[in-house]
Design a protein around this ligand. Sequence first.
Ligand code: HEC
Length: 505
Amino acid sequence: MAIAKILTGCLIVAAFGGGLYLGMAQVNNPVVNTSEGVGYSGGFKQASPGNKTKVVVKKTPGKTHVVNDGDSIMATVKLAKSGDTLQIMPGSYHETVYIDKDDIRIVGVIKDGRRAVLDGRGVLNDAILYSGNNIVIENLYITKFKGNGIMGQAGNNFEIRNNIIADTGVYGIFPQLGQNGIIEHNIISGIEDAAIYVGMSDNIHVAHNEVFNSVAGIEIENSRHAIVENNYVHNNTGGILAFITPGLPIKTTFDVIIRNNFVVDNNHKNFGSPGSMVSAIPAGTGILVMAADEVIIEGNIISNNKVAGILIMDHESTKNTTSDPDSDPVPDKTMILNNLMSNNGYDTIAELKAYMLTKFTTGNPDIISVGENRDSCIINGSQYVTAGLDSWKSCSFDNTDAIDNYLLDEPVAPREIDPSERGKVVYLGICTGCHSFDDRLIGPPIKTIQLIYQNDPQRLANWIAAPTKIRPNFPEMPPQNYLDDETRLAVAKYMLAAQNSTYFD
Ligand code: HEC
């Protein structure tokens, strides 16, 4: 969500870089610094690779509840016990489902091509919210919600599979603060922010999804050990993004493999909510790496993205309004292996054109690195039109075949939440999805909120249960009335006490 002001950023970088280079009056001689003829030493070696495709292990065989058209899924979740499965029959369901227990499976039944449809009718905020662990959500059709299709709030070991999510608000599938999860075989379109948004999470596998007609296709944000593979990412404003949003409690993004995806035609007009961070992504960006470390880009087909195939930026060049002393603004170790790139950058933005001139490069850019970057590498770089890659070395490996996925061998133990921790977990698992301490994200900064509510957490707790529209230039805040009174008060106190973006106690 936080691709802040790329345009502004590029402008500034280009102006500065231009001055610098023209001043030096260099000979127009491109330096080729790539890896033709290098003998590769083989595959990428790191961490111990897993090989699982399921993260949820069913311990006790539970009951199966059949939910028929006309019944309430939420009412059935309330009846269900850990270990139970809900079979949702084809039909139309108009409700928000909140799952706050562990080991629940929500499985849509597809009959003669008909699915269980969760329809928010443009009035409800969220289709499915879960804070439980070991949650499975499969085979649903989710449409016309204003907020989230499926949002995880600190739930671990999740499987979100084979859902269709269309024209649904801000985020399609959004696990926040989750560990060990799979998002696969979903089809998601028409999302105003990110179709798939992995936020502050670890050990995540995003595979075989189709995401299109959204502002951002797949985002890996402030997350670690994630693989994004075999997805079809087309007609978004930006295709696949790995980045760090400064100002969130988790400060890093690293160890991300983006491989074997189709990243094509991501030229959709940007329809992000005005003022939001994604609204600054230039339409036509294939893959964007911003400040994230150890991102491997391998085996993708990247074509017809009009601004650039791959864009790598540091925070400095994106001119974020605040810098976060606890997060490193520079992308380290971007590793670009063999990718098939064609017809990118054919209508790039003026800022990047100007930047390329400072690098004595012309043509339609496949790969551009703007700003500082450390220890990066590329294979056969001269087959692409690139700029800003002069210091990149050739990679010492050419594949990541040894790594199937980063899922854990054992599911993470269920999160035991001490009542005194409730406020903190809700804050991290829900509120920081839209509120950072210093900056505007989807909602206003927390320091602004603190000024409004000062020492009155009860008033804040009441407001979030039934928010009214306050700021004309912001979307509506989704009601948090699925949280009980005590939890709302706890999170209100926690939010008002926060000292800075690192606040954890
Ligand atoms: C999906 C995004 C989203 C999430 C999640 C979210 N908020 Fe918000 N929040 C907003 C937006 C957007 C606004 C601005 C609404 C407006 O001004 O009309 C807002 C405004 C607020 C305000 C300011 C109200 C005022 O009087 O100005 C408070 C307080 C607040 N949120 C608390 C919370 C808390 C606590 C949580 C977590 C339980 C939370 N928010 C989660 C989007 C979100």
